[in-house]
Design a binder for this molecule. Sequence first.
Ligand code: OOG
Ligand code: MG
Length: 264
Amino acid sequence: MTNNLDQATIAKLAEHLENAELQAYEVIKITDDYPDMTDKDAADIQWEIRRRKVDRGHKIVGMKMGLTSWAKMKQMGVETPCYGFLADYFSLPDGAEVPFDELIHPKVEAEIAFITNKELRGPDVTIDEVMAATELVVPAVEIIDSRYKDFKFDLISVQADNSSSTRFVVGSHSAAPNAFDWSTIGVVMQKNGEIVELGAGAAVLDHPAASVAMLAKMLHERDEVIPAGTFIMTGGITAAVLVEKGDSICVRYQGLGTVTMKFV
Ligand code: OOG
Ligand code: MG
């Protein structure tokens, strides 16, 4: 893990991408100007954006994995997962009216989220270890909003852009880790009453807990861990669905109720 960018450039790119997020405008993907950027540079930019938010008093309320399903990898043309952090103001209640004008070109994703009760650390965490460290599993819908023009990017650019994180909505149902088989649980996404996507948990790396294990591995490369009590979204099960102002989204989770929102 080496850097090709110096600290000043990393700080400048973090500010550039965070401004685009906060003021809702799109930018050219950063690898166009910095083609020699490394994975480490990208992760450093993301962590600098995180530091800027914490500095301004925001709390980090969780983590997310992205590009963990074939549907998503195929949709975005990228074949390796990415991760991001979730800040307090990303969280919206079930049934929320989502202010569309705060966003650039949002898309929604049906996801399964885990809440841990033990630390997960290292490159070789197993699904069983994740399940043993899970307090609850909850349905969650992520609203992603790449800051890049036309939602087009490569792995390095997206990782720097906090993996397109912008908002998320958690459902009001939760389940014990052994309550369901998380690989066969079904989800159906409706937009304005019509079914637009459907799938099952296994779409995410054969089992959504594998995504949590992969997050532990990716964080380990920075000597970071997943602390006990972390909320983790494991990645879109289906392709992401573009929304417009006025759209209503309802995602039904087998045995776990619905998650709804309206873009206003
Ligand atoms: C990257 C983030 C993908 C997921 O769940 O796969 C993601 C993107 O597609 O913009 O959050
Ligand atoms: Mg996602």
